[in-house]
Design a protein around this ligand. Sequence first.
Ligand code: ADP
Length: 430
Amino acid sequence: MLYKPSIETMPLEKLRALQSQRLTDLVERLYKTVPFYKAQFDAIRLEPGDIKNIDDLSKIPFTRKTDLRDHYPYGLFAKPMDQIRRIHASSGTTGKPTVVGYTQNDLEIFDEVVARSLLAAGARPGMKLHNAYGYGLFTGGLGMHGGATRLGMAVIPVSGGMTERQLTILQDFKPEVICCTPSYAQTLSDEFARRGISTKDLAVQFAVLGAEPWTDAIRDQVEAGLHVQATNIYGLSEIIGPGVSQEDVDEKGTGSYIWEDHFFPEVVDKDTGDPLPYGEEGVLVFTTLSKQAFPLLRYWTNDICSIYYDHSHKRTHIKMSAIKGRADDMLIIRGVNLFHTQVEEVIHNTGGLSANYRLIVEKVQNMDQVTVEVESDQRTTVENENLAAGLKSKIKATIGLSMQIDIKAPGSIPRSEGGKLGRVLDKRNV
Ligand code: ADP
């Protein structure tokens, strides 16, 4: 059985009972098998028996990326190597990669949550998936592959890069679904346009985009450019990979469902670590309730968002808002906190600009200066000047910062090759 609507619509009380049961089992297991967790508990005189249900979770200390690094590569594994069936590592966007492992059962959970995610994105058994996530240590490629196979799709394992070949496959192999990073979906859509190839005749209907922060500006561009419905998939290797949460194609813009029977979320204050009420923005923290090889208690993802219940929709599981950025990606500009996605949103609300942009941050006479490079089709200098002035004043009004605007010709800002695209070039410390 693939689709488990009963899990996705389970009444909250039952879901809480399931989560509590899974958490207490997990705590017992980790205390016995992972010395790091025993030490964490012992240090504050917490005993596994003190964790009686999911409401006791906040008694447990956080696990942080540095803890993973300190136990590199296998020190936090909770199963012996002869039970591990796969090893992945984070893409290392920030520092040394973190290594994660999966038992056969973990791989089955991975397949299941990705299958659920694809289904919510609009994919159906019998469709073909153009998988342009990288295959390899990164969880994206193999993770989407397994879930699509589980759902009953035919996978086209294209992997990232070689854009020309991607266009050919999209045209000739006729996949109904594509998955890749949002910035790479932009690249593909731009390339079709540049070559004058109409995307109306493509079979592709759904794009499942994730692995980096993005907003409706990019959604609009990709949906119009590729003639698809684009939804968000979120995940991180430490928790499992893609498929921790997914936006439903009929509920676009209202957040992504977190598959909370497996991944219990909290949002906490980034400075104090105190749990925040639903709807408030902070750091997302996950406890993996059912994983065996590499379970984590209260893992500090560093991703900034809010979580909330949305009972007007199809499922009972909690939703998360789009990720604003990582806490360590936050720029501090003349004392003001800034995520590039905030600028992306303003670009979206200003007509005439494409969602191809980047921020250049420099020190000019000891002052932080941000230049927004953004592409536009507008040709005349006057039109460009007007666009720039409009964007500048909107940014000032909504973000409170004065930025320089540089309107660029289409195609002049670096494009994603399939990995995660750096939208910020911070030249201050180089
Ligand atoms: P790395 O930390 O090396 O990038 P991963 O490949 O595991 O390792 O990436 C996970 C991270 O990617 C998440 O913690 C988050 O910052 C980002 N990410 C993944 N999916 C999304 C998404 N849909 N929206 C925003 N950010 C995302």
